[in-house]
Design a protein around this ligand. Sequence first.
Ligand code: IPM
Ligand code: MG
Length: 361
Amino acid sequence: MQLNVLILPGDGIGAEVTREAVKVLQQVAIKFHHQLSLTEGLLGGVAIHKTGTPLPQETIDLALQADATLMGAVGLPEFDQAPPEKRPEKGLLGIRKVLGVYANLRPVRSYKALLDSSPLKNHLVDGTDMIIVRELTGGIYYGTPRGIHQDGNETRAINTMTYSSSEIARVSRMAFHLARNRRKKVTSVDKSNVLENSQLWRKVVVEIAAEFPDVALDHILVDNCAMQLILNPRRFDILLTENMFGDILSDEGAVLAGSIGMLPSASIGDRKPSGAWVGLYEPVHGSAPDIAGQNKANPFGAIGSVAAMLEYSFGLNEEAAAVNAAVESVLNSGQVTADLNGTATTSEVGEACRTSLRLVQ
Ligand code: IPM
Ligand code: MG
């Protein structure tokens, strides 16, 4: 199969982790006889440095042409005081919007080998296996009006949380479809005791649930969800929520996995005419500028994102399973980075994954 993939390393540790992930992808191509065509583009702070904007038109064009995009991370402290349009994060929000990847799938699972890396008690975390389905192209991240204005003697900031029923319906459908291949349970997270947005969210999710009578639905308020994620993570199968709640809850979920460096993600839009999903794949972690360039970053989230790409954008389930098996075997061997209390470097972990891929039949 021909795999045309755009790589957007981005900022900070993004370059290091995508380098390892790309080499894993190349190993997959060799092992399973696929033709890989890679292009690289600019996104985030590096793009601002080189072109003056966090999302150059050329990157948009490349992403629209590619079958799938693998991204590292964006964000650099030097832009902390910059206006919103000149921030690296704006580039990421922009490419999500341009590609229309409205469903962000963030699998959170516990690995036996990493149980002691979590500050939580092993018996609570063991067996955790959920996918957080985060709405990604709507809500308060994109709503207008927004901005900071002078209001008499006061300065006032405004953001707008807004959802339409069709935005809620499409991401809900995605969540229910995913649940069908799992434990058939969707938990929808909202703040419907306070927010009109959440009242609509809940109403639409209930309507969509009627199309999936074989899938159980329950609702949980976001504050209680934050608590239940830690108290009883095994109760969750598919956790469906809006953009900002999903951002916050997925970082909390990372504690269950042992480190935020473990979490991959797949951002999916509608199907292309070929039947493949439009996809943007990125680890959940950020650019971690404090450890950038030190070969210390955990590449498993990026490597897991390659597995997600193989599965969702290319339908290559066997290849995806081989990558996930390689990750698991390296975890079991104890070759892990400092965030997991190990001593391996980023490149050693990547190399170990490739070796394992070569060996697995
Ligand atoms: C994430 C990140 C981004 C987000 C930032 C970098 C804009 O935190 O992907 O979770 O908030 O979506
Ligand atoms: Mg986040």
